[in-house]
Write a protein that binds this ligand. Structure first.
Ligand code: AMP
Length: 598
């Protein structure tokens, strides 16, 4: 196929924004094309050389393209710059200059295959001297391009192709050009795309083997599946009703979605929700995942969250986002900002696709597949049938650092629906728009052994507020963050005189720490917000029966309140007031959350 046919089609596509017209133009363009040109045309039309997940980039900056245009047309670079200021686009300038330079000369047609191979060479040029290679290849291409070809070539390499054909339009066009255009055909084409994330592959199979041939496109390790997406409901009652009375609830972890492919030889590829290859960002997952699965090859999915390895506590999402997109210090980052991947689905198990099985079967397979370690765990899950059970589980999720719950259908048809959003998965979360500005003075009543860097020391402390009415101390949080090494080293000495082997009298706690302390030491903490928790005891029953108040994402501020005795610590009632204030602020700032917990 000649490249100028493609360039002319781009001109027509650019001139319309109507989906139907675009589709018609695309159909006309692709109908006569056969593999292997077809895949190339489809990738090029989306401004890419390969399917997006491969992340192939040209690495051509404006300055490099300007140099290539200047050399190819013999026009000095400042003139190229001046003209671009006027035209607003380097592609247009390239077209104009080629037009002027080439007047009267015969055209030597470029083919799509030619152009594609040269552009691949540009993308593949890496390392020292690569800039020269890129310029040289572009000069060569532009030297042979007609004005309209030059215009689109330049736009393509700069990533400014304004043709605007999206995946869905291409799928439409494929079904008209190479099938009967029916809804059924369109659905099957899209399904093949959702499983393979590769339009070129789908188009090739369709042309060569027809719609039935698409069934042969399955999962492949190293090729991502488009993720299944969730709907939302405003209340847990609505969630349960939608699911027909029974749902598997999971913690909704707040982190990065990761699709992990583990090959037979243990090689791991990680994809983000947008299917970018993010393998290099998380060396600890590359190392630990092969040991965490008992069968290979497999494809599993989970949420990657920052974790405090010493305490096992989930940390705020912001910390994991610091890991994304990092290019340097990756080794240090895994020490400073460790993550844990909470797995919630399995799509390929020992080489056998599982995605079309009902969710309970997939969960059972996942549990049999995964052997948790420091960096890999299973998403917490419970099957519930009542709003009370669901609410209790939500409270657990929030206290554990989750942002809500994810409800999953357990019905017969609950397959993994790649690329689709539907009520088979329903998210229920709260928006944390309002932070907690007040600090809290908590009484240390227990401590937990540290792990990792904190092995042999205390890693976290159980804190209580004081309830003067009942003269007792009620736990509200477990804090491990915010201590520097020196402060941590001080703690045993500060606490020694309060140590006791049995639960101290006057302390109400839903958890048993490794060591108990009589109320004595007061420390200042801050947190993200207050929530209702089944395991803490502050103002138990005030908001809901059986549940106390708890502080999420607590951090030691660094202040020991040596000026305060335990009965001068923050009171449970003050905590309740803070909670109420926060709920009022949330109600004022958020009219859609439909929070049925307060
Ligand atoms: P949202 O990003 O708010 O639309 O919520 C959907 C996202 O929640 C998914 O894409 C996952 O990244 C994330 N998530 C966290 N925990 C789970 C879970 N247990 N199951 C499925 N998705 C989860």
């Amino acid at each position: 196929m000649r490249f100028d046919e493609l360039a002319r089609a781009y001109e027509r596509l650019e001139a319309t924004s109507k989906r139907l017209e675009m589709r018609a133009t695309l159909v006309e363009l692709i109908r006569p094309i056969r593999p292997p040109d077809l895949a190339k045309v489809l990738y090029l039309s989306q401004g890419m050389l390969r399917p997006e997940y491969e992340g192939v980039e040209l690495g051509v900056a404006d300055s490099l393209a300007r140099r290539a245009i200047a050399t190819a047309t013999g026009v000095p670079e400042p003139e190229v710059v001046r003209r671009t200021k006027a035209s607003g686009d380097l592609g247009t300038t390239a077209g104009e200059l080629l037009d002027a330079a080439r007047r009267g000369e015969p055209e030597r047609p470029l083919s799509v295959a030619n152009v594609y191979a040269e552009l691949m060479a540009v993308a593949e040029a890496k390392g020292p001297g690569s800039q020269e290679t890129k310029v040289g290849t572009l000069v060569d291409l532009l030297g042979r391009a007609s004005p309209i070809e030059g215009k689109y070539l330049v736009r393509f390499v700069l990533g400014t192709l304004r043709v605007g054909v999206r995946e869905m339009t291409i799928l439409d066009a494929l079904s008209v050009a190479f099938a009967d255009g029916s809804k059924a055909a369109r659905t099957r084409i899209e399904a093949a795309f959702n499983l393979s994330s590769d339009l070129g592959l789908v188009a090739g199979a369709l042309v060569e083997h027809g719609v039935d041939g698409l069934d042969a496109i399955g999962l492949e390790v190293g090729r991502p599946i488009r993720p299944m997406l969730a709907e939302r409901e405003p209340t847990l009652a609505a969630v349960l009703e939608r699911m027909g009375g029974t749902a598997a609830l999971e913690f909704k972890y707040d982190g990065l979605r990761v699709q992990a492919h583990v090959a037979v030889d243990g090689r791991v590829t990680l994809f983000s929700r947008r299917l970018e290859n993010i393998s290099l960002q998380f060396p600890e997952l590359l190392a630990d995942l092969p040991h965490a699965v008992t069968r290979r090859p497999c494809i599993v999915e989970g949420e990657c969250v920052p974790i405090d390895l010493d305490t096992g506590d989930i940390q705020p999402f912001q910390l994991v986002s610091k890991r994304r997109g990092r290019k340097y210090d990756l080794e240090q980052a895994q020490v400073d900002l460790p993550v844990r991947l909470f797995l919630f689905d399995v799509l390929l198990d020992a080489g056998t696709p599982t995605y079309s099985r009902p969710f309970p079967e997939r969960r059972a397979a996942l549990e049999a597949l995964v052997r948790p370690n420091d960096h890999v765990a299973l998403a917490a899950q419970r099957v519930v049938t009542t709003v009370e059970e669901a609410t209790a589980f939500l409270d657990e999720a929030i206290s554990a650092g989750g942002e809500g719950v994810m409800a999953k259908s357990v019905k017969e048809g609950s397959a993994y629906r790649a690329g689709a959003r539907g009520y088979w998965w329903i998210k229920y979360k709260r928006d944390y728009t309002v932070g907690l500005s007040d600090s809290i003075d908590g009484v240390v009543v227990g401590a937990f052994h540290g792990r990792g860097r904190r092995a042999g020391k205390f890693g976290a402390f159980l804190l209580a507020t004081y309830d003067p009415k009942r003269d007792r101390f009620e736990t509200f949080t477990k804090v491990g963050s915010g201590f520097d090494d020196a402060q941590l080293a001080e703690m045993p000495g500060r606490l020694a005189r309060f140590a006791t082997d049995t639960p101290p009298s006057g302390v109400e706690s839903g958890i048993v720490p490794d060591r108990w302390f009589r109320p004595g030491l007061v420390i200042e903490v801050r947190g993200a917000e207050l929530t209702v928790s089944p395991i803490h005891r502050a103002e138990v029953g005030a908001v809901r029966a059986g549940a106390g108040l708890a502080l999420r994402f607590p951090r030691f501020t660094g202040r020991f309140r040596d000026d305060k005795g335990p009965t001068e610590a923050t009171t449970s009632h003050e905590l309740l007031e803070m909670y109420r204030k926060q709920v009022r602020q949330e109600a004022a700032s958020d009219d859609t959350a439909g929070d049925d917990r307060a």
